[in-house]
Design a binder for this molecule. Structure first.
Ligand code: CP
Ligand code: NVA
Length: 318
């Protein structure tokens, strides 16, 4: 009897030692992460030895459900293991220098996933560690999230080139990672935020430079109705990120007219997708109807966090 062979894996190295920000990746790197994701997703039962005996350190300064579980389970799926260090009570670098944390960890493990308040701490860790450092969210960007978002879009649409993704909400880490990733892949990105909450201008300027090479369009605006018009997908995130809890009341007022509801979805193209990185707050940035409605792909994205991060681990830690 003929048995089906497992999907082939191309695990030749990416252009970078680390994954700190998708802006540092080449488009070919992203495409290879996606190809590896497809192979690992369809071959979950067969690709179980790719990271045999490899160890991952996870250092988190903030809460997490998805990122923590998917990296840990991802390592187990691939034959390795992960050790979690909860840093919510003490910032990275407070007990000993970030350099010494890096210099110790590199003697024991093969890679580090970090979730930090300051992106600078992430960069410092990567600078001193001879092993790959993967950004599991910083104040600047959330690259594994954006890669999972775009991988999900490739599953839904085939190609993402020339499509329009509208992000409505705070110009935060999730938003920055979407901008960086969209332009690399030739996806048009519209970002709609209240005045004063727009994305970082350095991120936008860098994205516009890349967009001029890939043919993508970057549009920054304040009017949610105009932003939603004719979009292929609408994305939102929390109005107050972790660390901004004392601004929640003020932000709930500022962002009130930026909620994603059925009217906003109706302005997008028929069948447009609703996206959210989660955790979500029904009744605030998104209505329950949209969040739990037929256009929502939020749990597909969450599922793909596992498969995409397994690809990142396999490509960087091998
Ligand atoms: N989207 C995301 O990163 O979720 P967690 O904060 O639960 O990891
Ligand atoms: N912008 C959010 C994303 C959570 C996954 C935060 O930083 O809290």
């Amino acid at each position: 009897m003929k048995t089906k062979s497992p999907p082939a894996l191309d695990l030749s190295p990416l252009s970078q030692k680390d994954l700190l920000c998708t802006s540092s990746l080449q488009t070919a790197d992203i495409e290879r992460i996606f190809a590896t994701t497809r192979a690992l997703k369809t071959g979950r039962a067969v690709h179980t030895e790719v990271l045999r005996h490899k160890r991952l350190a996870m250092i988190f300064e903030k809460d997490s459900l998805r990122t923590r579980f998917t990296f840990d389970i991802g390592m187990q799926d691939l034959g390795g293991s992960a050790v979690f260090m909860d840093h919510r009570d003490a910032r990275l670098g407070s007990r000993e220098s970030v350099k010494d944390v890096a210099k110790n960890l590199e003697r024991w493990v093969h890679g580090i996933v970090a979730r930090t308040f300051k992106h600078k701490a992430m960069e410092e860790l990567a600078h001193h560690a001879g092993i790959p450092v993967i950004n599991g969210l910083s104040d600047l960007v959330h690259p594994c999230q954006a890669l999972s978002d775009f991988f999900t879009l490739t599953e839904k649409w085939g190609s993402v080139r020339g499509r329009t993704l509208t992000y409505v909400g705070d110009g935060n880490n999730t938003c920055h990672a979407l901008i960086h990733t969209a332009v690399k892949l030739g996806t048009n990105i519209r970002v709609c935020s209240p005045e004063g909450y727009e994305p970082n201008s350095r991120v936008v300027n860098e994205a516009m430079r890349v967009a001029s090479e890939t043919g993508a369009e970057v549009t920054i605006l304040n009017d949610p109705v105009a932003a939603a018009e004719g979009a292929d997908a609408i994305y939102t995130d929390v109005w107050a990120s972790m660390g901004q809890e004392d601004e929640i009341a003020e932000r709930n007022g500022v962002f009130a007219s930026y909620q994603i509801d059925d009217d906003m979805m109706a302005r997008a193209l028929p069948g447009a997708l609703f996206m959210h990185c989660l955790p979500a707050h029904r009744g605030w940035e998104v209505t329950q109807e949209v969040m739990d409605g037929p256009q929502s792909v939020v749990y597909d994205i969450a599922e793909n966090r596992l498969h995409v991060q397994k690809a990142i681990l396999a490509l960087l830690l091998r």
